[in-house]
Write a protein that binds this ligand. Structure first.
Ligand code: ATP
Length: 249
């Protein structure tokens, strides 16, 4: 995706690019107004993290790639912010790991679901799930619980970038291995995750793909040992130290 009006030499290029993509997402009916608020909250944490991938987030992205490669049925959940920020990168990650893509929205309207599915198709997705919505995640109210029976409902590993805390907890309750991307290490979603990646989705999704490519030929035992060595609580604690003290140690 190129956004020619922002010069790459600008010191806050990535931040401006992110805002521009979110604004564009709202204009196209992909991102909700609440999505703008979530973006603002994320930016504040990103600023405190130094707007870069900290070492514990890179380790988490590697563990996430190993989980996706080990999975029987991995699914990448896409909401309005993710569709606006990293549509092509999500398609690439899905192709690299053999995962399905499912649109899953907090503010679900048929128009937004269609707009997001179109955006993903424009970026190369061949199949987009989430339009059937023929199953429900137990423990959530009707609209927020809707998922595809052969998608998130049946998945063993789910990537839920920028998920709200309730849904992240309900998916964990279903016994799914959950990978969360969230810039706030204190959020309920990050805490509910088996693999919390405290990083901007703009950096985290390509990082996961990079790791998945590197691990493509790794044995099951090697992938399992990467997953076992990863400690979610230590990763969250390291991100919190980075934010509070400016250092991960
Ligand atoms: P909780 O998980 O504690 O319930 P919440 O549901 O209140 O949090 P929202 O207000 O929906 O969370 O905010 C969405 C979350 O997504 C915030 O924690 C924010 O830091 C994070 N976020 C926003 N933009 C990005 C981004 N580009 N990359 C990664 N995380 C982001």
């Amino acid at each position: 995706m190129s956004d020619p009006e922002i010069p790459e030499s600008h010191p806050r290029y990535e931040s401006l690019l992110t805002r521009h993509r979110i604004e564009d997402g709202v204009e196209k009916g992909i991102t909700s107004q609440q999505g703008l608020i979530a973006q603002g909250r994320g930016e504040a944490f990103d600023y405190l993290l130094g707007e870069e991938t900290i070492p514990s987030a890179d380790e988490a992205a590697r563990a996430a790639a190993a989980e996706l490669l080990l999975a029987e049925h991995p699914v990448l959940s896409v909401n309005g912010n993710v569709a606006a920020l990293v549509p092509g990168e999500i398609v690439e990650l899905a192709e690299t790991t053999g995962a399905d893509i499912e649109v899953n929205l907090f503010n679900r309207t048929p128009e937004r679901i269609e707009a997001i599915a179109d955006q993903l198709r424009e970026h190369g997705a061949t199949e987009v799930k989430g339009l059937t919505a023929d199953e429900r995640i137990p423990g959530l109210d009707h609209e927020r619980a809707k998922v595809d029976a052969d998608g998130i409902y049946a998945a063993d590993v789910v990537l839920v970038p920028l998920e709200d805390g309730d849904r992240a907890a309900a998916l964990a309750e279903m016994g799914k291995t959950e990978i969360v991307v969230d810039l706030n290490p204190l959020s309920r979603s990050a805490k509910a995750a088996d693999v919390p990646i405290v990083d901007n989705v703009i950096r985290a999704v390509p990082k996961m793909t990079e790791h998945a490519r590197e691990l493509q030929d790794a044995s099951t035992a090697e992938l399992e040992s990467i997953v076992e060595a990863f400690d979610p609580e230590a990763a969250l604690a390291s991100a919190e130290r980075q934010i509070r003290d400016g250092s991960p140690e």
